[in-house]
Design a protein around this ligand. Structure first.
Ligand code: PMP
Length: 437
């Protein structure tokens, strides 16, 4: 290296140090500008694990990814090309904040398959995934300090959204039939006695993420009635509803309660999460505020993607595709349940000795929820699992309480059966060692 090279390097280093110093100084000044809301926005534990789970060789039972393997990509490409050639001027332009009328009509047909009959496209707001429908609901209804009731456990993305709006998230216990109505009522009364303002019940009644549990038919109306009596809106999140592979279909809470339930649906699990399209079916008297709030964030959802999805669904046997998808998820779920049964035979893990390992048997959706003996924390186990070549999401991510520390979520949706079996084989010794310790 010549002395000129050394000089150059020194100059570069000095410039880099200078930039770093300036950035540190700006960061210090700007820290005071953050809203309280921004301090509440956390990096999701699930996202952390996603970053790890793409490492080559790992079996990821972490992310709830839909299986896209059977999508006819040629038809998607052809549709996208046709949309641009034939409707380019519309597709590449701004649209209305409510979403295109054609997509809203299609959404009503999709919801009808699930038992929401006679919904009007005039009551639908197309959103950037159902995640953004939740965000809009929180924005429209929640002041800091208001209460949002959630199932315990619940979807981590919704927790992050509600917490960003500085609401008090109150988890309510579920059993194998979903949210427990008496506990919901008792919790509401206790919170009211404290003078709290309770705005929403956020529920995933079918194939709850993370537990896979479905709210029993007999409970559904009772839960809406309790909320109505206490003037609480139900925010029903149903991205997995059409992916039932076992048991009897159940109608969404929204079906018979058009004035008391905001219903969120999504194209993410039935088609593609990459198009970022979902929707809210909103009670008529709330609609205007809802879509104005949506417009204030995104102006309008992607016109291009709305046109592609509408045209694609019109050209495609989506009902047949959903039937195929259900079969794929059924097979994967079966592989996971069988692998768990083999890895943790009941006789080897006697519940009477405090060693019982339980898991849910979902009738649809993407997830199995595993319960280890009380006292075992699944968070540290994650590191051991990664060393063993498998990833899961620790239960604590799915609740603001400490009720799920000894649980873990396993997603079967995005993994081939053989890899699922391999993943559980890798996980088994980690769990066995923790139970036997
Ligand atoms: N709700 C639940 C229960 C989910 O599991 C997810 C995604 N994992 C979402 C909403 C977000 O879905 P979208 O892609 O439609 O925003």
């Amino acid at each position: 290296m010549t002395s000129q090279d050394i000089e150059l390097q020194r100059d570069e280093l000095t410039a880099e140090t200078q930039t770093a110093l300036e950035r540190a100084e700006a960061s210090h000044r700007h820290e005071a500008l953050f809203s309280e809301r921004a301090h509440n926005i956390k990096q999701s534990a699930v996202r952390d694990v996603f970053d790890i789970s793409v490492r080559p060789g790992l079996v990821s039972l972490a992310g709830g990814s839909p299986s896209l393997a059977k999508l006819p990509l040629g038809l998607v490409a052809e549709t996208a090309s046709r949309v641009i050639t034939e409707h380019g001027m519309e597709a590449l332009h701004y649209g209305t904040g409510k979403g295109t009328p054609e997509l809203r009509a299609l959404i009503c047909e999709i919801m009808a398959e699930e038992g929401i009959l006679g919904a009007s496209p005039e009551d639908v707001v197309v959103t950037t995934g159902s995640q953004s429908a939740q965000d809009i609901a929180a924005k429209v209804f929640c002041n800091p300090g208001d209460v949002v009731l959630v199932e315990d456990p619940t979807y981590v993305g919704a927790l992050n959204t509600f917490e960003a709006y500085q609401v008090r998230v109150e988890p309510v216990r579920m059993d194998e039939d979903g949210l427990v109505p008496d506990e919901l009522e008792a919790r509401i009364e206790a919170l009211e006695a404290e003078g709290k303002s309770i705005k929403l019940l956020y529920t995933i009644p079918s194939f709850n993420n993370p537990s896979g549990i479905t709210m029993a038919a007999g409970r559904r109306q009772r839960i809406v009635d309790i909320c109505r009596e206490h003037n609480i809106l139900v925010l029903e999140d149903n991205p997995y509803g059409m992916l039932r592979f076992d048991g009897h279909p159940l109608t969404p809470l929204r079906a018979d309660n058009p004035d008391d339930v905001i219903y969120c649906g999504s194209f993410s699990k039935i088609f593609s999460p990459g198009v970022r399209l979902g929707w809210a079916l909103v009670p008529k008297h709330l609609y205007r505020r809802f879509y104005l709030a949506a417009e204030a964030v995104v102006l309008c959802p992607s016109t291009l993607n709305q046109l592609i999805v509408t045209e694609f669904f019109r050209a495609f046997d989506w009902r047949g595709y959903l039937a195929e998808s259900r079969a794929v998820y059924a097979e994967r779920c079966k592989a996971m349940l069988a692998a768990l049964g083999e890895a943790f035979p009941r006789e080897a893990f006697p519940a009477e000795e405090g060693k019982g390992i339980e898991w849910t048997t979902p009738e649809g959706g993407f997830f199995v929820w595993v319960t280890l003996p009380a006292g075992i924390d699944t968070y540290p186990l994650l590191h051991e699992a990664i060393d063993a070549g498998v990833v899961f999401i620790p239960g604590a991510a799915f609740t603001p309480s400490d009720t799920a520390n000894s649980h873990l979520r396993l997603a079967f949706s995005g993994v081939e059966p053989e890899r699922i079996r391999e993943g559980v084989r890798r996980l088994a010794p980690v769990i066995r060692a923790a139970v036997e310790a």
